[in-house]
Design a protein around this ligand. Structure first.
Ligand SMILES: NC(=O)c1ccc[n+]([C@@H]2O[C@H](COP(=O)([O-])OP(=O)(O)OC[C@H]3O[C@@H](n4cnc5c(N)ncnc54)[C@H](OP(=O)(O)O)[C@@H]3O)[C@@H](O)[C@H]2O)c1
Length: 291
């Protein structure tokens, strides 16, 4: 997908160059749409980053492109890792420490999503999303925590706002993200005495992502945007800027929070996918015939 940012980030952004010099980040889903731009920001600010995913070509290409922003071997691609498998994450943590010597920041960003109403959602489909999002986040935190304790580091879980409401067709993701929020809150309390901070970032509707395109379906975009208080979709850069803040010394007393980046949208209800509601519920004659 190419890099979203370039060197001009250092001139235009609120952050000082070298903010993260000497720091190392471990990012699951780091070649994905949102987390990739988080990685770009960290790298431009001096951080070395390991990006973790399943797909080799995608992970290698992203690592190469992001590293070119600053030059040098500053991005380590680690592919063939499924976050549902703890041992694979443990090995990825070891590879990162071998290459870069430490881990200061972790982003648990890997996730899967699809639109599905409860009547058509199989037990396996539900389990698959909960396993990637929630169990995968637990596995990531569990594997990296010994390194975070050594560096008094910080972990950031990527959550969402679906579970604040009964958003239709997202029961699987809502349940998983609610679990992630709870996990992060407990870690903030249990790991605080070890000097480790734990927070969640909850993106709203982020433009240019497959997830948002699926959720909005054929809905009228202009009408959808008008319901967001700040009158625009979020961007991957919005999420990356908040990420920089949450890892920077400016947030050294911030732990156990859910940092919502959604233009104020959740206060008026996460209405995305409502354009598909309730018609999608009645698409299967086998179900409707029983009503
Ligand atoms: N898009 C939105 O508007 C939105 C809104 C709220 C929250 N979020 C959250 O933001 C995060 C990023 O979303 P995105 O839209 O950028 O997603 P994306 O582009 O689909 O990226 C997801 C990444 O996760 C990795 N991944 C998926 N399953 C995995 C597994 N089992 N093991 C290891 N890696 C796995 C994928 O890499 P491989 O293909 O290599 O496995 C991919 O790089 C997610 O946590 C999502 O829930 C997004």
């Amino acid at each position: 997908m190419g890099c979203t940012w370039d060197q001009s980030f250092l001139e235009k952004s609120s952050w000082k160059a070298d903010l993260f010099k000497g720091k190392v980040a471990f990012v699951t889903g780091g070649a994905g749409t949102i987390c990739r731009v988080q990685v770009e920001a960290l790298v431009l600010l001096g951080c070395k980053v390991a990006i973790i995913g399943r797909n080799k070509e995608k992970t290698d290409t992203a690592a190469k492109e992001i590293a070119q922003l600053v030059g040098g071997d500053v991005v380590l691609p680690i592919s063939g890792v499924d976050v549902r498998e703890f041992k694979q994450l443990e090995s990825a943590v070891n590879q990162t420490v071998q290459a870069f010597g430490r881990i200061d920041f972790v982003i648990a960003g890997a996730a899967g999503n699809f639109i599905c109403d409860f009547n058509h959602l199989s037990a396996n489909a539900f389990k698959s999303v909960v396993s990637i999002d929630l169990l995968g986040s637990f596995n990531t935190a569990k594997a990296a925590m010994p390194e975070l304790i050594k560096t008094k580091g910080s972990i950031l879980f990527v959550s969402a706002t679906f579970h604040y409401y009964g958003v239709p067709y997202q029961s699987h993701v809502g349940a998983a993200k609610a679990g992630i929020d709870a996990l992060s809150n407990s870690l903030a309390v249990e790991m605080g005495p070890f000097g480790v901070r734990s927070n969640c970032i909850a993106p709203g509707a982020i433009s240019g992502t497959e997830g948002f395109d699926r959720l909005i379906g054929g809905a009228d975009r202009k009408k959808t945007l008008s319901r967001i208080p700040l009158q625009r979709l979020g961007t991957t850069e919005d999420i990356a800027n908040s990420t920089v803040y949450l890892f920077s010394p400016a947030s050294s007393y911030v732990s156990g929070t859910i940092h919502i980046v959604d233009g104020g949208a959740w206060h008026v209800g996460t209405h995305f996918s409502h354009e598909l509601y309730p018609d999608l519920l009645f698409k299967d004659p086998k179900i409707t015939s029983k009503l």
